[in-house]
Design a binder for this molecule. Structure first.
Ligand code: EPU
Length: 334
């Protein structure tokens, strides 16, 4: 039995304390192959650690993805195909695209985490999801030690979902992601808050840089910085429910917020449900919902993973009792 020697607290943005056998940084595909020949089992992968809630010690070797590099590998007059190391910080990639005049992910500024996690979660914000610019990715099969390319249709992207969270969970380490960015970007400022921010700043003909700055300001004004208050962003997904469910909520709460999904379904912001069930800003020990945004669970100091999870369950039960909707975590529970 290998002792659990390494501490994971510095490797997850919720700052949960837990041990693992060891944390092994990998800087290249070759580093991954070198680990695989050592036959260390089981292996788990960590990137930025910004979308996991660790609830117990991990009897595993943790590969920390540090594969870096951003390069244009193909381009024409309209687009550039950019290969990115999965260990690159996502926000640094956004800044890189802006400085190169490439559009597509300016709405996704300041999302924490690394590039390898972006397709896994199919990250999104302000009306854009990463799948809209995703081209393909390279991954290494952790059992076979072979490399494999996944194209967009292979990834089964959905709302904060992909094949990597489901059918092939834990089977691969993503090493590189290829994105197709536009040299003639079409801006997506339809999301209310962005337009409002641009108007406030009196920007009439926004550039990708203006949009990114607007997003950065909006996020900074309401979402807690994990470096200051540990958190993992949105804790739950926004539930998609039938229109009948929305109508029944409207009887009691005429101002309920919703976004159409199709003719029969709507998305209701989990933050709205949590707030109107009375849990916004509520604190249980050091586990709490953030006072500016009910969907963000925060650790005010020394909450354990299980305390965070129990608090999440209290919220799930409270929301279900009041609205008949069971919230589902968006974060990965370890
Ligand atoms: N709202 C409340 N109470 C709150 C906060 C928000 O009632 O405390 C209501 C407001 O009416 C607001 C609505 O909820 O209009 C939606 O809130 P917001 O625009 O902040 O977005 P969200 O649905 O809570 C999603 C993503 C975020 C992404 C934002 C912006 C999910 C689970 N979350 O949040 O992504 O940044 O939209 O596009 O889809 C993440 O995934 O970790 C994440 C932060």
């Amino acid at each position: 039995m290998t002792p659990l020697r390494s501490e994971l607290r510095d490797f997850n943005t919720m700052r949960m304390q837990a041990k693992c056998r060891s944390v092994i940084p990998v800087f290249s595909e070759q580093d991954v192959f070198d680990v695989l020949v050592q036959e260390l089992h089981p292996l788990k992968i960590i990137g930025g650690g910004s979308n996991i809630l660790i609830t117990k010690d991990q009897d595993a070797y943790i590969l920390k993805n540090e594969i870096k590099g951003i390069e244009i590998i193909d381009e024409d007059g309209d687009n550039a195909l950019v290969k990115v190391g999965a260990g690159e910080n996502w926000h640094l990639l956004v800044l890189w695209t802006i400085s190169h005049g490439l559009g597509g992910i300016e709405n996704l500024a300041l999302i924490p985490g690394c590039v390898g996690a972006a397709p896994m979660q199919n990250i999104g914000a302000y009306g854009v999801e990463q799948e809209s610019v995703f081209h393909s990715l390279q991954a290494i099969d952790l059992v076979e030690g072979t490399t494999k390319t996944f194209y967009k249709e292979d990834c089964k992207f959905g709302y904060r979902e992909s094949i990597f969270k489901n059918e092939v969970k834990g089977k691969y380490i993503i090493t590189h992601v290829n994105y197709l960015f536009s040299k003639h970007p079409k801006l997506n400022t339809s999301y209310g808050a962005i337009n409002q921010k641009l108007q406030e700043k009196q920007v009439d003909n926004p550039t990708i840089e203006d949009v990114a700055h607007a997003v950065i300001e909006i996020r900074q004004s309401k979402l807690p910085d994990p470096k200051i208050i540990p958190n993992t962003g949105s804790f739950f997904k926004n539930p998609v429910v039938g229109i009948d469910v929305l109508e029944s909520i409207k009887v009691r709460f005429p101002s309920v917020v919703s976004y159409p999904v199709d003719e029969k379904m709507v998305k209701i912001p989990a933050a709205w449900l949590i707030q109107h069930a009375g849990y916004k800003g509520m604190r249980h020990g050091d586990a709490a919902t953030h006072e500016n945004h009910a969907l963000v669970l925060v650790n005010h100091g020394n909450a354990t993973g299980n305390e965070m999870l129990s608090f999440a369950e209290i919220i799930q039960n409270g929301v279900e009792d009041k609205f008949g909707i069971r919230l589902v975590p968006e974060v990965n529970i370890w």
